[in-house]
Design a protein. Structure first.
Length: 67
């Protein structure tokens, strides 16, 4: 499977953004990175999660980032 950086971005009315990407892009030994962005501050995410290929953990961390 080949994955790119930009996979999923959820934007909420509160201004919170949950962004999911694969890093490094197109590398099989990469990982999913989930960032929760508040107030447009991409340089300092409110929270950040790193997940490997475990689908259940990925879903769990996305739910946690959504809050």
């Amino acid at each position: 499977m080949v994955l790119d950086e930009d996979l999923l971005q959820l934007s909420f009315k509160s201004g919170v953004i949950v962004d999911v990407g694969w890093y490094p892009a197109f590398e099989t030994n990469g990982e999913f990175i989930i960032n929760r962005i508040s107030n447009g501050c991409w340089e300092a995410p409110e929270s950040k999660y790193n997940v490997g290929w475990d689908k259940e953990e990925l879903i769990s961390k996305i739910k946690k980032a959504i809050g």
